[in-house]
Design a binder for this molecule. Structure first.
Ligand SMILES: [Fe+2]
Length: 335
């Protein structure tokens, strides 16, 4: 006759218990054993005798707490047998599990003419997807990429009303039935859906969260992945730089506050994906920008940053007079 200690110290028992199709009352009685055995490693070479099986399943230790007596065991069966008394059963539905190890799918696309990055983001399970900062002359490329990945594009999203290119959201709406355009309310641009700080854009079981990051324009939003693995910063924070602050309601003081409070507050490992890069760089990280961004990082004070931005002496943007009015129309032609 084995005592309980003998059984508990045999790690192969856990493996054997899992293999068996236990009845609910058996599960209840053996749960304490399972919990305790889970602390033991299971050896693939270990054998368990038939007598030990019998002890495991038919000799419930009296001193183990078991939360389920025969009446509660019956209720467990009722849960899986709706035909017995369906009027008294509340049905649970609508939940979902997002595995921490799964990442939002992301594809970065580049427009040479405006040095703009467009992003496809998708739920790896459902393939529901959004496109962020599409460019009008690149929508066929974006649709082809989405089709190759088997994506279902549901939203065309902009980080702000761009001044250097025309958004592709209006054209995408003409080519993809049901796609809706999204931009901030503060941008004053037309769109199907206007959003605010803290709103979430959901695709499948995943989402990106909008964070208001004004300063480059009044309506700039950054989009943070649900697991904070990346942030799309638009023009608020560029790789080792930032968007200019001298038009479209821009403000250096405001942008400094936005970047420090909404982007630099993310984990150092969060990947920074900007809307543009002019030197072939594709991504950075919050930690790297905090440490090395020559305008906003390296301990620069707000006053130092404001002085830097006031002395950039930038040229007037060559497409601004066409791009901004078009983007305020969601990229639609002026008719
Ligand atoms: Fe911009």
């Amino acid at each position: 006759m084995h005592d309980h200690r003998t059984f508990l110290e045999n790690p192969a028992a856990l493996f054997c218990l899992i293999l068996l199709d236990l009845q609910p009352e058996m599960l209840c009685r053996t749960r304490p054993l399972l919990l305790l055995l889970s602390h033991h490693k299971v050896s693939s070479t270990t054998r368990i005798s038939s007598s030990l099986f019998q002890q495991a399943f038919y000799e419930t230790p009296k001193n183990f707490f078991c939360s389920s007596d025969r009446s509660t065991t019956s209720s467990s069966r009722l849960f899986s047998s709706s035909s017995t008394d369906s009027n008294n059963i509340n049905m649970a539905k609508g939940g979902s599990i997002v595995r921490a190890s799964d990442k939002i799918g992301i594809k970065q696309l580049f427009d040479d003419d405006s040095s703009t990055y467009t992003y496809l983001l998708w739920d790896p399970d459902t393939k529901d997807a959004v496109v962020v900062d599409p460019v009008d002359i690149q929508v066929d490329r974006d649709i082809t990429a989405a089709n190759e990945l088997g994506l279902n594009l549901v939203y065309g999203v902009n980080t702000h009303a761009h001044a250097d290119h025309i958004t592709g959201t209006w054209l995408l709406k003409q080519k993809i039935k049901g796609l809706q355009s999204v931009i901030s309310e503060a941008s004053k641009a037309k769109a199907d859906i206007h959003i605010h700080h803290g709103d979430r854009i959901v695709f499948g079981s995943r989402y990106i969260e909008a964070r208001a990051t004004p300063g480059h324009t009044e309506g700039c939003l950054s989009y943070v992945a649900d697991d904070q693995s990346f942030v799309l910063t638009g023009d608020a924070l560029l790789i080792m730089g930032c968007g200019r602050t001298d038009f479209q309601g821009g403000s250096a003081e405001t942008l400094y506050e936005s970047v420090h409070s909404q982007i630099f507050s993310l984990p150092d490992g969060t990947i920074v994906y900007p809307a543009h890069d002019y030197k072939g760089r594709t991504q950075s990280s919050v930690g790297d920008e905090k440490e090395n961004n020559p305008r906003l990082g390296s301990g620069k004070t707000k006053a130092e940053y404001v002085e830097i931005m006031a002395n950039l002496n930038l040229n007037y943007p060559k497409h601004i007079d066409v791009a901004v009015p078009a983007n305020l129309r969601c990229g639609a032609p002026d008719v």
